[in-house]
Write a protein that binds this ligand. Structure first.
Ligand code: MCN
Ligand code: MO
Length: 717
């Protein structure tokens, strides 16, 4: 069996680890013009004039058609593109960009939520209020919950703004051959980019667009949006007839690529004596960043999702949360590994632990008190959907490990150390939409899988190879996988929302089964027997009248005029609901306040795991990313809206030195209804680890924590 086997990344890694994988920056055409963007130095200013150097290829909003995001009269965040210059090499282009003179008239900036809510200054001149979007999530009778309460816990907890920090910044190359435009982009959304470019460029007579995703050095949700730079360089390739290349510096990347999170919840929570959560009332405020309406609706969706997912996997029946989306003059917020679910899990898990601490109840026990036993096709009162889950059983399995960590904590404490244990339950929803795959048999007997998804580091292609190999009962080495090119297939989805394996893999599975049936008919016709009489094993068709290999069958099919390929589109309704229990043991240095994660254990239920090596890899990297939010990452703006943490010496992300040993257990208690029975795992560990670590630090220092990161100076205070 191939499904379930820890296969190494045979599709992705050979070229990557030998340094031969091509990224956007490696693509070079003769005669390329390099594009450098002139970006607003102010977070909020009137653009009075832009003066281009004499004779330079330089374009401002006035020279270009109305494009998304290129500021014309008013800049609304630092780093917003205002103009672009082109030159024959990158250095000349950077020098040229410095000669562009922009005359600004600074406007008052709205930098924090408190200021935004006062509504005296506006984040954009034409805004009537900085509160741009509002919603309410209300279920049950909150008032009676508070009347019945034994204890009421109140606080404001902040899930801070973070910078996605993919290893490779955004960049693209655009090539126009006089009829067809081809764009290579460091994106996770090739079909979205193609659609946008076609919509825009058809006005200029360009109706044929191809978008290619070369190898991409990570994205974490931040390369889903169609960014202005991609559209502008495409237009300039058409206008100038020259290939155009653009690549962000790290500082440009930090300012112009979407940030993540930035939500806060001011809440009141009612508990009974045993720790049962009776109700939550509060206001959830999301700082959406710069007011760009095209982006706002989607981003605000993350806040309403967070509010509706506040129920977690618990029996909470009364919730009343006002959700506000606020405009400020900072980089806009977009999806970042979890998009709404990390914030929800953070809020509900923090509420439970703050309650447990106030009541003197153990943090594991308070979860046992509130957890739903199990669900099957369950709709939460807030309108979320959980396909399946055995939550109490999962807790039972995880419990001995929790007690083991407590024992280790107590041993450390006996030695005078500041040690703590944290636990959190991740309440995830994942795997959305439609995925398409075409599976084809080549004349030399290899299976070729074409996927409409856009993986960029996860390793899904290897998992797809396993799925096809399982159906065709061949070695994975006999399968090739292609993806990330709009020419491969008419349409596709994007790798985001932990979707690719479950939705894209189901498409591969179904297409493979259909192709095998088609091939059976070919063999039947050739041998003059009924398909049901034919046996298939080890990549061969058997019948007493003869046998045929896959290569024989492919050639025979082509002779008959039957193409040995099948395409299938799989649509999931509505999504999967993975979950997990994460726990950690930390030690806080009494002198320095530095937190060391000594042990990290994850018990995750994502149904069937196709490749445990890939899934565990996601848990290692994902958990570290969430730990990093808890301990290190802080996006700092000056009062005028300048990004202070504009590179990696000021914005701290973990290195191999801070990497944590993660022990992972796949629970596989509850499958999804999809053909594979799998659920998404790409984002789950990141969602889980942030509150887990915070809880451990709280336990170590014996104090409540309300903000992140938990810096040494806060811990020792
Ligand atoms: N997998 C599995 N069995 C399962 C579920 C997943 O074997 N039941 C494997 C898959 O084969 C795949 C990996 O685990 O190799 C993740 O699969 P999945 O959960 O379907 O998630 P996606 O492939 O759709 O990846 C997207 C997800 C998201 S949304 C973000 S954000 C994120 C993440 O992946 N960004 C990443 N992990 C990342 N990892 C890397 N290296 N780079 C990013 O940008
Ligand atoms: Mo994502």
């Amino acid at each position: 069996r191939e499904i379930g086997r820890p296969v190494k990344r045979i599709i992705e890694d050979p070229s990557l680890i030998t340094g031969k994988g091509r990224f956007v920056y490696d693509i070079d055409f003769k005669g390329t013009l390099y594009a450098v963007f002139i970006r607003s130095q102010y977070s909020h200013a009137k653009i009075k004039s832009i003066r281009c150097p004499e004779g330079a290829l330089c374009y401002t909003a006035k020279d270009l058609p109305e494009l998304i995001g290129l500021a014309k009269e008013e800049a609304i965040y630092q780093g917003q593109p205002l103009a672009v210059v082109l030159a024959e090499d990158e250095y000349k282009a950077r020098d040229l960009a410095e000669q562009v003179e922009v005359e600004y008239e600074p406007l008052p900036s709205v930098i924090n939520v408190e200021e935004a809510l006062k509504d005296v200054k506006k984040a954009k001149s034409d805004l009537s209020s900085n509160i741009v979007l509002q919603d309410n999530v209300e279920i049950g009778d909150v008032n009676s919950a508070f009347k019945k309460a034994y204890k009421v816990v109140e606080a404001e907890i902040i899930n801070q703004r973070v910078i996605p920090s993919a290893m490779e910044p955004r960049g693209a190359v655009a090539y126009f051959d006089g009829r067809r435009l081809t764009v290579w982009s460091s994106t996770q959304n090739v079909f979205g980019l193609k659609d946008t470019l076609l919509q825009f460029l058809s006005k200029y007579g360009v109706n044929d667009v191809r978008v290619v995703q070369p190898f991409v050095g990570g994205a974490f949700g931040s390369k889903i949006y169609i960014y202005p730079e991609e559209v502008i360089i495409s237009y300039l390739a058409v206008l100038t007839g020259k290939p155009i290349k653009w690549f962000n510096t790290r500082t440009e990347e930090f300012m112009s690529t979407n940030h993540g999170r930035d939500m806060r919840l001011k809440f009141k929570a009612a508990f009974d004596k045993e720790g049962k959560l009776l109700g939550i009332e509060g206001t959830l405020i999301m700082d959406l960043g710069a007011p760009i309406m095209e982006i706002y609706e989607d981003s605000f969706g993350m806040a309403t999702t967070a509010a509706r997912l506040l129920v977690g996997r618990y029996k909470v029946n009364a919730i009343k949360v006002k959700v506000l989306g606020i405009a400020t003059n900072k980089t806009f917020i977009g999806p970042y590994r979890g998009a709404g679910r990390p914030e929800a899990t953070y809020f509900i898990e923090r509420i439970l632990n703050l309650g447990a601490r106030a009541l003197g109840v153990d943090q594991f026990e308070i979860r046992e008190v509130n957890i739903i036993d199990e669900v099957s096709h369950y709709n939460t009162p807030t309108g979320m959907y959980y396909d399946s889950g055995k939550y109490r059983e999962a807790l039972k399995i995880a419990k001995p490990s929790y007690h083991e960590l407590l024992r280790k904590r107590d041993e450390l404490r006996a030695k005078g150390k500041l040690a703590g244990v944290g636990v959190a339950i991740v309440s995830e929803i994942a795997s959305f939409g439609t995925g398409t795959a075409r599976v084809q048999l080549t004349p030399n007997g290899r299976i070729q899988v074409v996927s409409g998804f856009t993986p960029h580091g996860q390793g899904d292609a290897t998992a797809f190879a396993q799925i096809a190999a399982e159906v065709f009962d061949v070695d994975v080495g006999k399968v090739d996988v292609l993806w990330g090119d709009t020419d491969l297939i008419s349409h596709g989805g994007l790798t985001g929302g932990s979707t690719t394996l479950t939705v894209g893999g189901s498409a591969v599975y179904e297409a493979s089964i259909r192709l095998k049936e088609k091939l059976l008919r070919v063999v039947g016709e050739k041998l003059g027997v009924r398909p049901e009489e034919i046996e298939y094993k080890n990549g061969k068709f058997y019948h007493k009248k003869g046998e045929m290999s896959l290569a024989d069958t492919a050639r025979e099919a082509l002779r008959m005029g039957v193409y040995p390929e099948e395409q299938y589109s799989y649509t999931i309704r509505p999504y999967t609901s993975p979950y997990g229990i994460h726990m950690a043991l930390v030690e806080v240095d009494r002198e320095t306040g530095f937190v060391k994660v000594l042990e990290y254990k994850a018990f995750d239920d994502v149904g069937v795991v196709v490749n445990p090596l890939l899934a565990e890899g996601q848990v290692h990297g994902g958990a570290l990313q969430g730990i990093s939010q808890a301990l290190y990452e802080e996006t700092v703006y000056s009062p005028e809206g300048s990004l202070i943490t504009s590179n990696f010496s000021d914005y701290v992300i973990p290195t191999a030195m801070e990497a944590v040993k993660v022990e992972w257990k796949s629970l596989a208690l509850a499958k999804s209804d999809t053909p594979l029975g799998s659920k998404g795992i790409g984002e789950l560990p990141t969602i889980a680890s942030t509150p887990t670590i915070l809880h451990a630090v709280e336990d170590a220092i014996g104090k409540n924590i309300y903000t992140m990161p938990t810096k040494p100076e806060l811990i020792l205070k």
